[in-house]
Every structure is written in structure tokens, then in C-alpha cells.
Design a protein around this ligand. Structure first.
Ligand SMILES: NC(=O)c1ccc[n+]([C@@H]2O[C@H](COP(=O)([O-])OP(=O)(O)OC[C@H]3O[C@@H](n4cnc5c(N)ncnc54)[C@H](O)[C@@H]3O)[C@@H](O)[C@H]2O)c1
Length: 440
């Protein structure tokens, strides 16, 4: 790992490669970046663009902006390309997604129209509720990998991009159990040669990215790089990987509330979460196999935060249920309800209700931006393999095999900022603070 002045500079263009570039998250991200670049709106929700970081002691009042503290690529240096099973250009796709209003899309129309999806690697067995015409004709896994690599090479040449990051914003794939073919790089590569059906499209994109020296970020709950074979490949190719599943609406709320309940030693008997969602993601998740992938990702959060094995009197056997219902009239404006049954002093029950009327892609777009910029920073700092410090952004953070993931948003935020301090040779902040009052 390189630190401070040894970190390679963010010179030149940074290519952002997006499987699922025609989706709601992608188009909201693309339109948003261009809108911000033109000074027409603020990048709200983005830590890299709006956040600060405290350095040193509180009386020093050294609190630079994160983007001035660490060498991140500037927004003007970002160039975009990607794949989708629908050929609609970025403007048409954004209109279809119905996230941003026409009045916000019009000023960036020509930029969006210039984004034309490349044919996708697609297998309907993994996304049952979608079919589209813009699909690569190649049929073997190795040919598909080579076709993706060729797309990347062509894009880099055309745009003069010195570096790239790939971020998966495509649909959630059907649930997949890790199998022997995912167990080691050798088995995986044998599986590729045999076009093993347990290797879904997301893994073909990821394999193409990693072997091209490009970091891979997983915005969906698909296993993709959260497998021994892919971790081995990332280490071998010296590239960062991170995932999985953007932490946006209901799970964001969960990882804000649950640590608070636990910090105050309040018990939990049940947490019922339900959502209605009417966008294309909702349609995909209406299939039980895709929903199973999402459900696994959403359910793990409370168990890890509340640690029932350590606090059996408070959290033993709490009932946790997550439901997502596809309800087209709402489009991307998801509504989530949480009914939380807690208990306090002497076991007296209480209830908390959360009704979050959110906008899924509005919450996800800034995460895409931050993850791209931080993954590129990690690459330039030669931090390869799993980037656990980016757990802050994920529902189901990828971590080393012998660890449990860290879900608590506040610990995740501290981990992220301490990593930045470490990279830049600044002291870690532990919040001890006794030295302000006692000689230490
Ligand atoms: N919006 C959020 O808050 C949020 C949060 C967490 C995770 N996610 C995940 O992010 C992803 C994108 O969400 P969205 O709302 O933009 O969904 P979306 O359905 O609008 O977009 C997904 C796009 O991927 C395309 N696609 C599907 N398979 C593909 C493939 N193999 N190659 C290339 N393109 C492919 C689809 O055609 C579609 O345009 C989903 O997996 C979703 O579960 C979203």
C-alpha cells in the first residue's frame, strides 16, 4: 500500500464503466454528474463532494473538505461508457426511468444522448423478468469475456482514459449458492472454458474488468466478486474489489437505528419491514429467485449489529421480516414501512414506526460517484483485493473470510475516515478525548 506522496496522482481521464448503464440508478447518476459539472445543482448525498474530515485535536480546527484532503479524480475528468440490454441512449433511458424531471434532463440532454449502451452480456436464466434486444451474439463464456475486454479497450482509446473503474448498476441476478467452480481461481477458469452455467453474466464482466487491471464495484446483492476465486483474481491482478448492494433506503435507516437501540441496551422482539416499489428494479425483484438474493442481503444486517449471541436477553429470537412488493404506480418513489417492536426497563414493550417515502435512485446516485472515486484512489494507492473500508456504502459489505462484516453506519463512517487519515499520514481519531482533561 502506498501512502501520502507515493499515491499516484489522479492525472488524466477516469473511465466509469457501467453494466446496466440504461437503468434508473445509472441515468440518475450520469445526469446528476453532468448537472453538477455545469454548476446547476449540488451533489447532495456525496461524501466525496460535500463531506469534510477532522484532523488532529479539536482545538486545532483543521477540517478540510475530503476532496481537498485526498487526491481524488475531479468530476470534469470522468468519462462514461457501459452496457445495457436495451439500446436506448442515456436521455431516452432517463426519461423512461422517470426519476428526474424533464426540466432537469433538458439542460444535459446532449450529454445523455451521447451515451449509447454497448450490447450486454445477458442470460435470462439470471434475470427472469427482463428481455431486451441489445445483447452480445457470442455464446461461450470466454468469447463474451473477450468481447467485454474489447469494449473496454475501444472505450479507453476513444476517450484517452488513463484509468477505469467498473461499477455494476445492472439488475439483481437470481440467487446463487457458492459452488466448487467459485472456490479457486483455477476452478473458476476451468469453468469459464467450459461455459459453466453457475457463472452468471456479472462474473463475466467482473473477470473482464479485473484481468484488464480495472477495479470492480458491486452495487447489487449478486455474489460476483464475493467469492474465493474472485478475491484470488483481484489479488493476483492487484486491483481493488468492493460490494455488495448499495445501502440506500430502508437498510440505511436500519443501520442508523439498530446501533442506537443496542447502544442504549434496549431489547427487540421484532422488526417488520415492507416496501412498495414500481420501477424496473421492482419488476426484477418480483421474481422470487432475484428477490431471494436481495432478501439474503437485507436480512443479515440486524443479526450482525445486534449480536444476539452476546446479548441473548435483549435480542434472542427477534423476528425479522422483509417484504418488497412490486407496485407500478409509485415508480422509483419507493415507500417503506418499518414496524419495530422494542422493550425497555423491566421488559415494558414499546413501538417505533418508520415511514420512509424515499427516492431509490436519488439515494443511490451519490454512492455510485463516491465509490468510483474511492475505488480509483484505492487503485492508485495500490490497495488491492477487498476494500472493507468502503463498507459504509453497502448493505452486505464484503470482508475477509474470517471476519464478520461491520454494518453499523457510524463505525463504517469512522472506518472510512480513519482509512483516509491513514493514507494521508494523519493520526487516527479514536474520540478518546481524555487528553483534553488529564495529563496523559
Ligand atoms: N436504487 C437503489 O436504491 C438500489 C439500492 C441497492 C441496490 N440497487 C441495485 O442496483 C441495481 C440497479 O438498480 P436500478 O433501480 O437502476 O434498476 P434498473 O432495472 O432501472 O436498471 C438495471 C439495468 O440493468 C440492465 N441489465 C440487466 N441485466 C444486464 C446485464 N446482464 N448487462 C447489462 N445490463 C443489464 C437493465 O436492462 C436495466 O436497464 C439493481 O441491481 C438494484 O437492486 C439499487
Amino acid at each position: 500500500m502506498k501512502r501520502k506522496d507515493e499515491i499516484r496522482k489522479a492525472d488524466g481521464k477516469l473511465g466509469v464503466l457501467i453494466p446496466g448503464i440504461g437503468g434508473a440508478v445509472s441515468t440518475t447518476f450520469l445526469a446528476g454528474v453532468e448537472t453538477v459539472r455545469r454548476g446547476l445543482a449540488l451533489p447532495i448525498g456525496s461524501l466525496t463532494q460535500m463531506g469534510t474530515i477532522r484532523l488532529g485535536k479539536r482545538f486545532e480546527y483543521r477540517i478540510p473538505n475530503i476532496k481537498d484532503f485526498v487526491p481524488l479524480s475531479g468530476l470534469d475528468d470522468l468519462v462514461f461508457g457501459g452496457w445495457d440490454i436495451f439500446p436506448a441512449n442515456g436521455y431516452e433511458a432517463a426519461l423512461q426511468a422517470e426519476v428526474l424531471k424533464q426540466e432537469h434532463l433538458e439542460p444535459v440532454r446532449s450529454f445523455l444522448e451521447g451515451i449509447k449502451p454497448w450490447p450486454a452480456v445477458f442470460n435470462q436464466a439470471y434475470v427472469k423478468n427482463l428481455t431486451g434486444p441489445n445483447v452480445k451474439p457470442e455464446s461461450s463464456h470466454m468469447d463474451l469475456v473477450e468481447a467485454v475486454r474489447a469494449d473496454i479497450r475501444g472505450f479507453k482509446e476513444r476517450n484517452g482514459a488513463s484509468r477505469c473503474v467498473m461499477i455494476w448498476c445492472a439488475s439483481t441476478e437470481a440467487y446463487l449458492q457458492p459452488a466448487a467452480v467459485h472456490g479457486s481461481l483455477k476452478d473458476f477458469e476451468d469453468g469459464l472454458k467450459k461455459s459453466d452455467p453457475r457463472i452468471p453474466p456479472s462474473m463475466l464482466y467482473a473477470y473482464a474488468a479485473l484481468t484488464s487491471g480495472i477495479p470492480y464495484i458491486n452495487g447489487a446483492p449478486n455474489l460476483t466478486v464475493d467469492l474465493p476465486a474472485m478475491v484470488e483474481l483481484a489479488e493476483k491482478c492487484r486491483v481493488p474489489i468492493a460490494g455488495k448492494d448499495f445501502k440506500t433506503g430502508q437498510t440505511l435507516m436500519k443501520t442508523i437505528l439498530a446501533p442506537g437501540l443496542k447502544a442504549r441496551m434496549l431489547g427487540l422482539t421484532g422488526w417488520y419491514s415492507t416496501n412498495i416499489l414500481g420501477n424496473r428494479d421492482g419488476l426484477v425483484l418480483d421474481d422470487k429467485d432475484s428477490f431471494k438474493t436481495k432478501e439474503e442481503s437485507k436480512l443479515s444486517v440486524l443479526q450482525t449489529i445486534l449480536q444476539p449471541d452476546l446479548y441473548s436477553q435483549l435480542y434472542r429470537d427477534f423476528y425479522h421480516k422483509v417484504v418488497i412488493s412490486y407496485y407500478p404506480p409509485r415508480g422509483d418513489a419507493k415507500e417503506g414501512w418499518d414496524c419495530i417492536d422494542i422493550f425497555g426497563w423491566l421488559g415494558y414493550p414499546m413501538q417505533i414506526k418508520v415511514n420512509f417515502l424515499c427516492r431509490d435512485s436519488i439515494l443511490a446516485a451519490p454512492l455510485v460517484l463516491d465509490l468510483v472515486l474511492f475505488a480509483d484512489l484505492a487503485q492508485r494507492a495500490e490497495m488491492s483485493g477487498i476494500q472493507e473500508w468502503l463498507s459504509f456504502y453497502f448493505k452486505s459489505p464484503q470482508c475477509a473470510e474470517n471476519l464478520y462484516p461491520e454494518h453499523d453506519l457510524f463505525i463504517q463512517s469512522m472506518k472510512l475516515k480513519n482509512t483516509l487519515r491513514y493514507l494521508m499520514g494523519e493520526e487516527q481519531i479514536t474520540h478518546l478525548g481524555l487528553d483534553y482533561y488529564y495529563p496523559m
